[in-house]
Design a protein around this ligand. Sequence first.
Ligand SMILES: [Zn+2]
Length: 123
Amino acid sequence: MVGMFFPTGGLDPLNSSDSLARQTANAAMQAATSQKSEIELLREQVERITLLNQALWELVRERLQLSDADLEKSAQQVDLRDGVQDGRMSEHPLQCPKCGRVSNSRHKKCLYCGLLFEGDAFG
Ligand SMILES: [Zn+2]
């Protein structure tokens, strides 16, 4: 009788809900595995970028005779460019107080008039 409602092609209809649960579990495991791979991929990319960043800094430091203190000072200036000292470089539109045009906060100065964007002038 059950076979009328579940065209199972020879499978035991009593196990169909178990099979569905197993399929759902398998799909969930595949999704979790996929997410894990995505995280691993991102981790690898971050590690690669970190390595290249370190190599670039060491090259520039040597060639231009800079110090780690120079890098830290520059990082703080870039950090403050968006008006928040949070160790991150968020980007948002900034209206230049001099010419009134809009630039992006990642830029060091106004793209139009050249005014330096420094400190918390745009906070
Ligand atoms: Zn400007």
